[in-house]
Every structure is written in structure tokens, then in C-alpha cells.
Design a protein. Structure first.
Length: 268
């Protein structure tokens, strides 16, 4: 019987199934699989993930692979056979990662062009738990009804791929686009919320964030937040915060703010 282990961070595991300790300890590529597959001792990785692993990554017998359901369960595996579009794997250890705490949510105003995907990629790699697309008043980009689902799908694919690249056991959620009223409600319900603004007097790096609950960061558009948006957000508890002495693009402000808070909360 394979073991299920609670895991707080990277570490090596004992030799199992003829695999050396060094093989298990080193970093391995990550692929997504349904949770019900990961409870078995032998797994067939097929479909798009299997084709990518076998054809693009060209993984072969004896190599290490990690599988995750994206919701905290990670299985360390070894390839036992490689087909043209699938891998056969033995599970050598399992780890259950607790959901990160506090939970970090970034409300991201829609950037221009492909900068939205860049923002999602960077924030996912940093460790953001949820990204909320937001059409702020001064956003140039608008997700029209005929393009909305396609644009949202691109953000979600970007988050999924970046999460695998970053070897995350918990993949971030990219939620449905929010209205300003919905963002305001989200701020009001959060344990803490910070509205990034260049005129703020409080530095984000000097603020003590809560250890539990949900922390919301609001990133405005290139044209800045309107007075009405700032008033609505601060009225329900949002705190204006200065990120630094320079003005960042909306596509990079979120990851910098996330890095500050992740270090302040001890998640980093």
C-alpha cells in the first residue's frame, strides 16, 4: 500500500518501488489528473496531458513525474511505460497539501492586448490563489459578450499551464468577470483589502496583513481608478496602499503586490 503524507514543503522521500532517493527528490514535471485516478497505485496518463508528456516532453521509462488534481493532492510517480500518446505510471508516494492561508485574491483590471495573460502567468507563478477579471471604468479593453468566454478561457489556460510550470499543488482559480459592485462586496467580506494607488500614503510593505482569511488586492487599469471607485472600495474597508516609488503597469503591479504580501504573511 502506498502512503499518503501531509506535506509542508519540498523534501525527499524514502526509496520505494526500485526508484532511487535522488530520483524522487529532484524536481519533476507536473501534469494534471483527476483526483479519483490519483488514489490508485498505477495510473495511465492519457488525453492531452498524456500526449504532451509522451510526445512533447518525451518522458521515458524510469523518469520521474508528478501528478496533481490542482486541489492539494500530489502524487509522485515513475514512468513504467511510454506509449505514443500516454504514459503508464507507478505511484510511489502521495502528499496532501493544505490550502494556503491566508488566501490571496487579486482583482485585476483588464489590461490591453496580451498583457492580461502575462499578469495571470506572473501571479500564478508567485502563488496567488484567485484572480478576478474586472472591467474598471477606465479600462480600454472590454470583454464584449461575443469575446468574453474566449478571453476568460485564455486566462484560465494560462493559469493552468503556469501552475504546472511552477509545480503548484493548488492551482489558482480564475473567476468569472466581476462588476464594480461585485468587487465592492468582495472587499467588504474580506479579512483585509488593499487598493493599490499612487497617491496613497501607507506603504503596502509596512502593513501587517492578517494570518488567516481572505486578502484582496485591487489592481486598477493603466488610466487609474476613478474617484467613485476609490470611494466605493474605501467605504467598505478597502485600504489605499502605495506599492513603491515607481508607477508599475497594471500587468505587473499585481505580482509585485502579491510578493510583498506573501512575504509579510510568511507564506514565502
Amino acid at each position: 500500500m502506498r502512503r499518503t503524507l501531509a506535506r509542508q514543503g519540498p523534501r525527499s522521500v524514502p526509496t520505494m518501488g526500485g526508484v532511487s532517493e535522488r530520483q524522487i527528490a529532484v524536481s519533476a514535471p507536473v501534469f494534471l489528473a483527476a483526483a479519483d485516478r490519483l488514489v490508485a497505485d498505477h495510473v495511465v496518463l492519457d488525453g492531452p496531458e498524456g500526449r504532451h508528456a509522451a510526445t512533447v516532453r518525451r518522458l521515458r521509462r524510469g523518469e520521474r513525474v508528478d501528478l496533481t488534481d490542482g486541489a492539494g493532492l500530489l502524487a509522485e510517480c515513475v514512468v513504467t511505460a511510454a506509449d505514443r500518446d500516454a504514459l503508464r505510471l507507478d505511484v510511489v508516494a502521495r502528499h496532501r497539501h493544505a490550502a494556503p492561508e491566508p488566501r490571496l485574491v487579486v482583482v485585476q483590471a483588464l489590461p490591453k492586448g496580451d498583457r492580461g495573460e502575462l499578469a495571470v502567468e506572473l501571479m500564478t507563478e508567485a502563488g496567488v490563489d484567485e484572480i478576478v477579471p474586472w472591467a474598471a471604468a477606465r479600462c480600454v479593453t472590454r470583454w464584449r459578450p461575443e469575446r468574453r468566454e474566449k478571453s476568460l478561457a485564455r486566462w484560465r489556460v494560462t493559469a493552468r499551464e503556469a501552475g504546472k510550470q511552477a509545480r503548484r499543488a493548488w492551482l489558482p482559480e480564475v473567476s468569472e468577470p466581476a462588476t464594480t459592485a461585485q468587487v465592492t462586496a468582495r472587499i467588504g467580506a474580506a479579512a483585509a483589502a488593499f487598493v493599490l494607488h499612487e497617491t496613497a500614503t501607507a506603504s503596502l510593505g509596512a502593513i501587517d496583513p492578517p494570518d488567516v482569511g481572505e486578502i484582496v488586492i485591487v489592481v486598477g487599469p493603466e488610466g487609474g481608478l476613478t474617484e467613485a471607485e476609490i470611494e466605493a472600495f474605501t467605504a467598505v474597508g478597502g485600504r489605499p496602499a502605495l506599492l513603491g516609488p515607481t508607477v508599475l503597469r497594471t500587468s505587473t503591479a499585481g505580482v509585485v503586490a502579491a510578493a510583498v504580501l506573501l512575504s509579510r504573511t510568511g507564506r514565502w
